[in-house]
Design a protein around this ligand. Structure first.
Ligand SMILES: [Zn+2]
Length: 64
């Protein structure tokens, strides 16, 4: 699964605040994600995170 910093992950489970979109702040063995709605950020192991992803939303900036 190809995930980059700045991508937005649509998760299968919603955050307690009601949003299911997480912004990727850091990638590696652990991902650092930030909830798009409430701004809560947290670390999660990559393997665990990937199972919960429904969709990756990539902002196409046209700077490739
Ligand atoms: Zn939240």
């Amino acid at each position: 699964m190809d995930i980059n910093v700045g991508d937005i992950l649509e998760m299968k489970k919603t955050h307690p605040c009601g949003s299911n979109r997480m912004i990727v702040l850091r990638v590696g063995a652990d991902f650092r994600l930030k909830c798009e709605k409430c701004g809560h950020d947290f670390m999660t192991p990559r393997s665990k995170c990937e199972k919960k992803i429904k969709k990756i939303i990539r902002k196409e900036e046209g700077n490739a």
